[in-house]
Design a protein around this ligand. Structure first.
Ligand code: ATP
Ligand code: MG
Length: 404
């Protein structure tokens, strides 16, 4: 089975891309489920079919589902949330705040993914396409089952020692035994889910972006963190490319050169085209070595089977969307003693003096004419880079330990 997750900033086209991909997979004969884990669902609108919280077959081989996120949360977390809420209430918090605080950030997404994970343990579907909510917290929790366990333990003082130590207040509030009984299983389930979601043969993450500054940055950050947490990203989807801009080999554009293939006569539109053309060049550079899939800005909303199929044709051509499109890590952080080494694969470039400039969490790399902007994960943003070596297509940047 293959699980494809489409994520990215709000409004970039995640739902549209997920729906188009699912239609293509079903058309190719794969038994496919497309599922939305966003609280604010729009999958039904995109497919132009009513959907339920359980899989419904909407055309041959294609099932769709909008998970009832709050229901999943209530089922899995309700008792615990109530328990935690009571403790916080006793500490003087207002009821609404206490209930809100009793949810670990990213929890909703985790329960949705746990729900989907059930399909991974059966052979009900060949392909599961996930239209994910644009959250970062859930990735953090999922990436490291240890971190989930850590949260849970701190949260509930769960574990025998904790039980023994918790006197007074906690003991009096100790809930009905079964509220905590499910916790170890939950931790195990999250661990199993994490294994599936970090296995590149099963799961691929695809970051959806538009050719716009802020969207590209957020996409780059998503790739950085997904790579850091060992989630296999295998492609970037660039959606909403204006007509006439699509600048790749087909238009005769040379690599690294921005060009508008068919400039508009309208000044306003032409300027937008020129911006996008420049951003496409940046995207190719900053997301290297990930393959990039392109889809154009349609004059009408992409709603219903026919427009979605046409979008899939543009995105994938004759390719199977379920193929693993990239094998390996788009970037890696290695530990060497107390130092960290950031390993970035770069395209073939003339070997020249490497210049690194760091501003906050942004690292600007320039080697001769080659320039690349890289968003550092927090762990590296706190340190200064001491030098870099480029060999065998990989740039290795050293971040020495700042505390001696
Ligand atoms: N290539 C495109 N051309 C024209 N309209 C598009 C295109 N891609 C998406 N849209 C439209 O843009 C809107 C937002 O798209 P979509 O719902 O897929 O984004 P999203 O990333 O899932 O948003 P959210 O973060 O709110 O879930 C929808 O109305 C969709 O039909
Ligand atoms: Mg959406």
């Amino acid at each position: 089975m293959r699980i494809l997750l489409y994520l990215g900033k709000g409004g970039v086209g995640k739902t549209t891309t997920a729906a188009a991909t699912a239609l293509r997979c079903a058309q190719m004969g794969y038994r496919t489920l497309v599922v939305s884990t966003d609280i604010a669902h729009s999958l039904a609108d995109s497919l132009d079919r009513p959907l339920k919280s359980e899989p419904t077959e909407i055309t041959t081989n294609l099932f769709a589902q909008e998970i009832n996120v709050l229901e999943e949360l209530r089922k899995n977390w309700g008792a615990l949330q109530g328990y935690m809420g009571k403790i916080l209430l006793k500490q003087g918090m207002s009821k609404t705040v206490a209930e809100e605080m009793a949810i670990i950030p990213g929890m909703e997404e985790i329960f949705s993914l746990l729900h989907i994970f059930r399909y991974a343990t059966t052979d009900e579907f060949d392909r599961v396409i996930v239209d994910a909510a644009p959250t970062g917290e859930s990735m953090r929790l999922l990436a490291m089952p240890e971190s989930f366990q850590w949260y849970v333990e701190r949260f509930f003082g769960w574990g025998e020692t904790a039980m023994r130590l918790t006197g007074g207040l906690l003991r009096r509030l100790m809930p009905e035994q079964d509220a905590l009984a499910g916790l170890p299983k939950l931790v195990d389930d999250v661990k199993a889910l994490q294994e599936v979601l970090s296995d590149p043969e099963t799961t691929s993450y695809r970051v959806v972006i538009n050719p716009e500054k802020m969207v590209i940055k957020e996409g780059a950050r998503a790739v950085t963190y997904l790579s850091l947490f060992g989630c296999p990203v295998d492609a970037v989807v660039v959606n909403r490319i204006l007509p006439g801009v699509r600048s790749d080999e087909e238009t005769g554009r040379r690599a690294g050169e921005a060009a508008v293939a068919a400039p508009s006569n309208d000044l306003y539109l032409r300027q937008l085209q020129e911006h996008q053309a420049r951003y496409l060049v940046e995207i190719e550079r900053d997301f290297y070595p990930l393959p990039i899939l392109y889809s154009s800005w349609r004059s009408e909303e992409v709603v219903g089977f026919a427009p979605l199929r046409s979008l899939a044709d543009e995105l994938y051509g004759v390719r199977d969307p379920g193929d693993v499109m990239f094998v390996g890590q788009a970037q890696e952080i290695e530990e060497e003693g107390n130092d960290f080494i950031l390993k970035l694969p770069l395209p073939h470039i003339e070997l020249d003096k490497i210049r690194l400039t760091k501003r906050g969490d942004e690292l600007f790399i320039s080697i001769g004419n080659f320039k690349r902007e890289y968003l550092l994960p927090a762990v590296l943003a706190q340190r200064d880079a001491s030098g870099a070596v480029f060999a065998g297509g990989i740039l290795r940047i050293r971040f020495p330990c700042s505390i001696q």
